[in-house]
Design a protein around this ligand. Structure first.
Ligand code: NCD
Length: 338
C-alpha cells in the first residue's frame, strides 16, 4: 500500500455517525466513535461509569442490570486489556457473554462477517462488541443489525477506539477533577493510532484547553490539524505547560516500509524519561493505553513512577465499559431504566 493510500484509509469517516449511534430520544444505541457525539452524551458515560466504580470493590462483584441479555465479543484482532475488561464488564452486569474464538470459528472457514452476525442474531444476541483490523467494520455491522441489537466498537483499524478514549477521559476527570481547561499532549505513533483519533475528538468536545500531538513527521497523518490538535516536533517545546501526557505505542504491525530510523533513536527523541517529564507541569499525569514497549516509548521509571496512572486506566476500563453497555441497553444508572 502506498503512503497516500495509507492516509486515505486512516481518514475513514462515517457520514451518519451521530445519527447511527443515537436513538430517536437522542440516547446511545451503538457506540462506534467519539466523533460527533455531544459533551452531554460523553459526560453521561462518565457519570454512569462513576456509579459502577464501586461494584468491582464489592464482595459480590455484580449488579443484575443486564440479566437475561446476551453479549457476543467478536475480536478479529489480538487484545488483552480490552477483551478482558469487556468480558468482565458484561459479567459484572450479569449478562450472558460469549467470547467467540475467531481462529476456531466459521469465519476461519470463509464465512462473511455479516453471515456470522446473522447467525448470532438468530441465537438472540442483544449486543456485539467488535474489534476488527478494517476501519469502518463496526459501522458496517451497526448498519445491518436488527433494531433491538447494539454494536460497540472495540477498535476498528486506525479509525476509532471510543471506549478506550472514554476510560481515558474518565481517568483524567478522576485525577484532575475536570477535562475542561487542561493542556494535553499525545506523543508518538498518531498515524496508526485509533486511540489518538478518539481521544482528540473527546478532549475537544469535553473542553480541553489545548490538545497537542508530538511525533516525528513520518508518524503523523496529513490531517492532524483538521483533527483538532497542534503539532509539535520535539518534547522540550511540546511538553511546556502540559497537564496530561498520553503515550502511544509504536504500532509496528500497521507500519509499511521504514517510517523510523531505529527504535533507539526514537527513544532518544520521543521516549519519555524522568528528565523529560520535567518539561511538563510538576503535577503532570502520564497515561498509556497499553501494551507498553518499555525502553521504546517510555522507560520503566516513568511507567511505574508516581506520575503514572496506567494501571488506574485498566481498572477504569471495566466501569466505563459497563456504563457503555448499560446505556446502549437503555439503562442510565445502576438499576434505573432510562
Ligand atoms: C490499543 C489498541 O488496540 O488500539 N490498545 C488497547 O486497546 N488497550 C493501542 C495499541 O494497541 O497500541
Amino acid at each position: 500500500m502506498s503512503s497516500s493510500e495509507q492516509i486515505a484509509s486512516t481518514s475513514f469517516k462515517a457520514p451518519d455517525s451521530s445519527r447511527l449511534q443515537l436513538n430517536e430520544q437522542g440516547k446511545l444505541r451503538h457506540f462506534l466513535t467519539t466523533d460527533g457525539l455531544s459533551a452531554a452524551v460523553l459526560t453521561e458515560i462518565m457519570d454512569v461509569a462513576e456509579s459502577f466504580s464501586s461494584v468491582s470493590d464489592q464482595a459480590v462483584k455484580k449488579v443484575p442490570l443486564l440479566r437475561g441479555k446476551t453479549i457476543v465479543n467478536l475480536f478479529f484482532e489480538n487484545s488483552t486489556r480490552t477483551r478482558t475488561t469487556f468480558d468482565l464488564a458484561a459479567k459484572r452486569l450479569s449478562a450472558d457473554v460469549i467470547n467467540l474464538n475467531i481462529a476456531t470459528s466459521a469465519a476461519a472457514k470463509g464465512e462473511s462477517i455479516l453471515d456470522t452476525i446473522r447467525n448470532l442474531e438468530a441465537m438472540q444476541a442483544d449486543m456485539f462488541v467488535i474489534r476488527h483490523a478494517d476501519s469502518g467494520a463496526a459501522h458496517f455491522i451497526a448498519r445491518h443489525v436488527a433494531p433491538h441489537v447494539s454494536v460497540i466498537n472495540a477498535g476498528d483499524g486506525r479509525h476509532a477506539h471510543p471506549t478506550q478514549a472514554m476510560l481515558d477521559m474518565f481517568t483524567i476527570r478522576q485525577v484532575k477533577g475536570d477535562v475542561r481547561g487542561l493542556k494535553v499532549a499525545i506523543i508518538g505513533d498518531v498515524l496508526h493510532s485509533r486511540v489518538a483519533r478518539s481521544q482528540i475528538h473527546a478532549l475537544n468536545t469535553l473542553g480541553a484547553e489545548e490538545v497537542r500531538v508530538i511525533a516525528p513527521k513520518t508518524l503523523l497523518p496529513s490531517n492532524t490539524n483538521a483533527l483538532g490538535a497542534h503539532v509539535y516536533g520535539d518534547l522540550a517545546s511540546g511538553l511546556a505547560d502540559i497537564d496530561v501526557i498520553i503515550m502511544l505505542r509504536l504500532q509496528r504491525e500497521r507500519m509499511r516500509g521504514a517510517l523510523l530510523p531505529s527504535e533507539h533513536e526514537y527513544f532518544e527523541c520521543f521516549g519519555l524519561t524522568e528528565k523529560k517529564l520535567a518539561y511538563a507541569k510538576p503535577d503532570v499525569m502520564v497515561m498509556h493505553p497499553g501494551p507498553i514497549n518499555r525502553g521504546i516509548e517510555m522507560d520503566a521509571a516513568v511507567a511505574d513512577g508516581p506520575h503514572s496512572v496506567i494501571l488506574q486506566q485498566v481498572t477504569n476500563g471495566i466501569a466505563v465499559r459497563m456504563a457503555v453497555m448499560a446505556l446502549c441497553m437503555g439503562h442510565n444508572a445502576a438499576g434505573k431504566q432510562g
